[in-house]
Design a protein around this ligand. Structure first.
Ligand code: URA
Length: 248
């Protein structure tokens, strides 16, 4: 209901109560599911009824809401506390052997847009690969690589670190940002230019960053992050150009 600064001023003025009490000046963590927040006696409602959490998916965990063969899923990792009483599902997927940022929500409309190729949401990965990619490899990756399901769209590619050695030896750290979501795309792109991926982590999804979240850790998105996600898929002009989730 207010900018961060205006909210600070409202709190300082004594207009804000949490469960009927004036919050301490040192701050108070509010649980929107449980706590009642008022401003001048009026209840403040969260902007959305949905829940959005980011998980740092550990290796070996399956990106699905339910696994037929009872392997550990991302929902097992976040547990009841992470679900917070919502029927969360993963937005897009990461391979079992990929770790990193995965958004979970029960907001079907936003999830649909975030994963629809028309919105070209950026997905940022850090890969460790065998061999030091040369300039030609990087150029090919940037412009588009021929894979068995077609040429990839332009990507951002940066070699962050190389180890002494040749194009065949050593290990390099590579940052790749793609705006598509084909099956094992980053691994296949790097493999196509001669560099096998040894480890892969997603560190960014649209405006979201993994940050310091440890493997298996999760956090609830703040209002500003949810608004940024909405903006990321809200830039298309005509309704025709902007696909919406089909209504059930
Ligand atoms: N690309 C891959 O190869 N694997 C993933 O999990 C995500 C992108």
């Amino acid at each position: 209901m207010a900018s961060r600064r205006a909210a600070d001023e409202l709190i300082a003025s004594g207009a804000v109560r949490v469960n009927g009490q004036v919050p301490p000046a040192s701050g108070l963590l509010v649980d929107p599911e449980k706590d009642r927040v008022t401003v001048n006696g009026q209840a403040v409602k969260p902007v959305t009824r949905h829940r959005y959490i980011v998980l740092n998916k550990p290796l070996g965990v399956i990106t699905t809401a339910k696994d037929e063969s009872s392997r550990t899923t991302v929902l097992d990792v976040v547990g009841d506390e992470g679900k917070g009483g919502h029927r969360l599902f993963p937005v897009g997927r990461l391979d079992a052997d990929t770790s990193g940022l995965l958004l979970l929500t029960d907001d079907g409309d936003l999830a649909y847009r975030l994963t629809h190729p028309a919105y070209k949401v950026a997905k940022e990965y850090i890969a460790f690969v065998t061999g030091n990619p040369n300039t030609a490899d990087v150029e090919t990756l940037r412009k588009g690589v021929k894979l068995d399901d077609g040429i990839t769209a332009p990507a951002e590619v940066e070699v962050l670190r190389i180890t002494p050695g040749s194009r065949e030896s050593g290990i390099a750290e590579v940052r790749v940002v793609i705006r598509e979501g084909r099956h094992r795309q980053v691994r296949r792109m790097l493999h196509a230019v001669g560099h096998k991926v040894q480890s892969l982590q997603r560190v960014g999804f649209g405006p979201l960053k993994l940050g310091r979240l440890k493997a298996g850790g999760w956090r609830v998105l703040g209002e500003a992050e949810i608004a940024a996600l909405r903006r990321a898929v809200d830039q298309m002009g005509s309704p025709k150009a902007a696909p919406r989730a089909p209504r059930k």
